[in-house]
Design a protein around this ligand. Structure first.
Ligand code: NAD
Length: 443
């Protein structure tokens, strides 16, 4: 066989390198979200010089519950849905965390999300621990009645886990005020009491808080304001791209547009739309409210590959969909100056390192999207008092809590010369460790 020429050898080497890169990226894409979370923990714990015993108290989930939820479907058949609730840490208060309905839910993902909740509550200083729950289901396949029966069965099956002083769920992907209402009602009926404080994210008529629906996005935009000020970036006239157009994505788009930012691209599971002159966010929100998604939206040019939205030349990128969206593969093409993590875990550790090296200011999820759990906490406080605040009062408290958390993380970043993510974990881990040590071990 003829020996390859030097040019051919170079071509084959390039080809092999590319194949290795793709294989590595796929592996990273599939990487366990919980492993990623632990990489973040370890980096901060090393800098805090935590002892083995301290780590043993706070690193891993305290309790993992898995259940099969039998639900009668509309056609009379019974379907068993796989469901989870993971309680990660309760040293600082009752467990807190959303419930997700999604076909890709896994116990690994629940562990990661519960872990992030522990440190999210701690970084903003609210007195709650971390949990997360989920059901493996594509909710688009359920009728309204099936969705209600599934929601009620979730609470009924695991009722002993929950309680206003024990574990307080909230909405997450594909769950919202209606699901929370059914869940609160199921718990209340079992307890023969009205117990609004068992769950947050309820509608206003059932003890929800003014300002809760848009709280996560308000918090994100408070963080973006602080980050922009640090970079000397004027928000008026800056540009943004937003991945995901659900609760977090659409309100982030709206608040950014209200701050004078030109939102040039938005996306959801149906695709991505781009308009360098600026998307009409109000029209997109109306379309999504009417149609349930952005499908058929005409206010921009559809991108052939939706994930290219992450690579557009914008000042601000808000990933607000799911985990592991910015990976080693696309991170080198991210051109934003600020990445504001609306979603939980959108950036893999390898991508994080690349963004850090490129000087991108990443506002980490546990800080950036903590506005939701902060107003959930304010909702829980109001439920327990039976006295309800105005929206202006809630937003004022939210701003105070978010601004002071951002400043504290930023000060730690500067003092310890670390990334915002590691600084956020350092602040949070210190609080959880102190609480665990003060409580000590029972028996
Ligand atoms: P949601 O169900 O309301 O919206 C999710 C959006 O992401 C939808 O528009 C969906 O179409 C889109 N999406 C899904 N896969 C996509 C993909 N591959 N590309 C582009 N878009 C895609 O959920 P949400 O409440 O907005 O939550 C979004 C993220 O924010 C999740 O990671 C969630 O854990 C996190 N989060 C939510 C809150 C909250 O208060 N809702 C708080 C903190 C963090």
């Amino acid at each position: 066989m003829a020996r390859p020429t030097p040019a051919e050898r170079r071509r084959l080497a390039r080809h092999a390198a590319r194949r290795r890169q793709i294989a590595g990226s796929l592996e990273e894409w599939r990487a366990s979200a919980f492993d990623n979370a632990l990489v973040q923990f370890d980096a901060a714990a090393r800098r805090l010089r935590l002892t083995e015993n301290q780590i043993a108290m706070i690193k891993l989930p305290r309790r993992i519950t898995e259940a099969r939820l039998p639900v009668r479907m509309d056609d009379g058949s019974i379907h068993n849905f796989r469901a989870f609730r993971v309680q990660h840490n309760i040293a600082r208060g009752p467990a807190k965390g959303g419930i997700r309905f999604h076909q890709d839910v896994t116990v690994d993902e629940m562990k990661a999300l519960a872990f992030w909740m522990t440190y999210k509550c701690a970084v903003v200083g609210i007195p709650m621990g971390g949990a997360k729950g989920g059901v493996v289901v594509d909710p688009r396949t359920l009728s309204l009645g099936e969705r209600e029966r599934l929601s009620r069965r979730y609470i009924a099956e695991m009722i002993d886990l929950f309680g206003p002083d024990r574990d307080v769920p909230a909405p997450d992907v594909n769950t919202g005020p209606q699901v929370m209402s059914w869940m609160m009602d199921t718990y209340s009926m079992h307890k023969h009491d009205f117990v609004p404080g068992v769950i947050t994210g309820k509608p206003l008529v059932l003890g929800g808080s003014a300002g809760r629906e848009s709280a996560t996005s308000r918090g994100i935009v408070f963080c973006i304001r602080k980050a922009a000020a640090r970079l000397g970036l004027e928000l008026r006239g800056a540009t943004a791209a937003i991945q995901g157009f659900g609760n977090v994505g659409r309100y982030s788009a709206r608040f950014l547009a209200e701050a004078g930012v030109r939102v040039v691209a938005i996306s959801d599971i149906e695709g991505a739309w781009h308009d360098p002159a600026g998307i009409d966010v109000g029209a997109a929100m109306a379309h999504a409210a009417r149609r349930g998604s952005l499908r058929g939206f005409r206010g921009g040019t559809p991108l052939r590959r939706a994930a290219r939205l992450l690579e557009l030349p914008v000042d601000i990128l808000v990933p607000a969909a799911l985990e592991n969206q910015i990976t080693e593969r696309n991170a080198p093409r991210v051109r934003a100056r600020i990445v504001a993590e609306g979603a939980n875990g959108p950036t893999t550790p390898r991508a994080d390192a690349l963004l850090e090296r490129a000087g991108v200011l990443v506002i980490p999820d546990i800080l950036c999207n903590a506005g939701g759990v902060t107003v959930s906490y304010l909702e829980w406080v109001q439920n327990r008092m039976g006295y309800y605040w105005t929206e202006a009062r809630v937003i004022e408290d939210l701003r105070r809590i978010m601004d002071s958390a951002f400043d504290e993380v930023d000060a730690t970043r500067r003092r310890r010369r670390v990334s915002m993510r590691i600084a956020a974990f350092m602040v949070a881990i210190r609080r959880v460790t102190e609480a665990s040590e003060m409580r000590g071990l029972y028996a």
